[in-house]
Design a protein around this ligand. Sequence first.
Ligand code: NAD
Length: 488
Amino acid sequence: MRGLYIDGSWRTNDTERRPVTDPGTGEVIDRAVEASVGDVRAAIAAARSAFDDGGWSYTDPARRAEVLRGLAAGLVRDRDEVARLETLDTGKTVAESHADIEDSVAVLRYYAEIGAGEAPGAIALPRPSVTSIVTREPVGVCALICPWNYPLLQLTWKLAPALVAGNTIVAKPSELTPLTTSKLFELLDELDLPAGVANLVLGAGQPVGHELVASPDVDLVSFTGGLVTGKMVMREAAVNVKRVALELGGKNPNIVFADADIDAAVDNALTAAFVHAGQVCSAGARLMVEAPLHDRFVDALVDRAAKIRLGNGFDDATQMGPVISAAHRDKVDGHVQRGVAEGATLALGGRPPDDDHLQGGFFYLPTVLVDCDDDLNVVREEIFGPVVTVERFATEDEVVRRANATIYGLAGAVWTADADRARAVARALRLGTVWINDYHPYLPHAEWGGFKQSGSGRELGRLGLEEYCETKHVYRNESPAPTGWFDG
Ligand code: NAD
């Protein structure tokens, strides 16, 4: 059973337990305490007093960095257990879960490194009796609200900069995936963190997430999730002018010119669209192929996508796991059927698999929709499943214009042998991340986030640390004197 972690100790309550379901089998594998509004308030109060008493925010940053290093070491020590839990939570393959752990460890170590080394900035002024120093201070109590697709990774992207900057936190994973977040708090519990610095609440968006967003005692909300929820969070946080960082959805163009290395581009188009069954905010779900290459490319893509082995994440032979839930599978299917009704041609998939051994889990076949136009809903909306739409284009200007004609702006790629064209297209795309002749890598030092309605603010990199800092200007006059302003 998974409990709440409030003010340095594990807690439970007498509300009904929420079942935790393994998407690979459909079986209930654990139960989680559902936080009450009172529990959330207790967690916020613990974080508030841990912040206000100054113990953590005045701690030497090097000591705070040690906590991140300790957490990274715990993840490395317990990696097999953490990978097992992440696969149980999300259905992704164990290899993917291990990759997420490696990435989480890298992010924890990165922020341990840069967070401990932030120096105040002073500038020389013409008047020698004045010093002007700009310092970074923690924002205060931070609510960290996470989605179900990368529960461990998304939390570490927030927790590492928040803690190293001296904030206190209340974390909330998705109600569908509490396991690795809970394990992360077990590891934190080993680290001699002052009580109240890091708190965990479990439960649904209403009322648990809502309470975090609405509370006047929370100074910042860092939210990763869907666009509709993100807008609601922004609206609710505005009531007390809370700071908000939003990492939302995407409909990411993967643009292939005819001169691209076709084998590499096809192979990467598969990973772009089907890794973690397409439940990736930056999934290359919108493939755009230059006309002379289009038919050859689609044939190769469909041929390879048809061979992707679906299965349980614990089976070594599995290449693609299930989607998160039966409800989500129905939603994905609804998008596909609507796309076909609107004129797209189904080239592959478009339904759950027939295989007997896949009937318990929430599987959906890799799906390729061709003959797609910009105005189809299936091209415009985030599907968040193993579905790729394919469009044909004729010119560089046209593909840039069409790729940008969306409310989203998270990530995308351009495939071409022409370095000048790659640079020009990368510059013209209104996206937070552009990969050239690659898809999906991200790096701890490179800021991640969206243009337009894909979000506001950045995670990772130095700006990912800035999100959790207030900037203060301290002006000191060592020769105070009357100003003379109102004389006479
Ligand atoms: P979601 O919006 O349904 O839920 C996200 C989190 O918000 C969950 O913890 C949920 O319980 C909570 N929540 C729901 N209602 C709330 C409310 N009123 N107030 C506060 N919290 C509330 O998203 P999801 O389905 O869990 O995740 C999938 C979405 O996340 C996709 O759209 C995906 O693109 C996006 N995502 C974005 C990134 C990124 O880096 N941009 C990364 C991962 C996922």
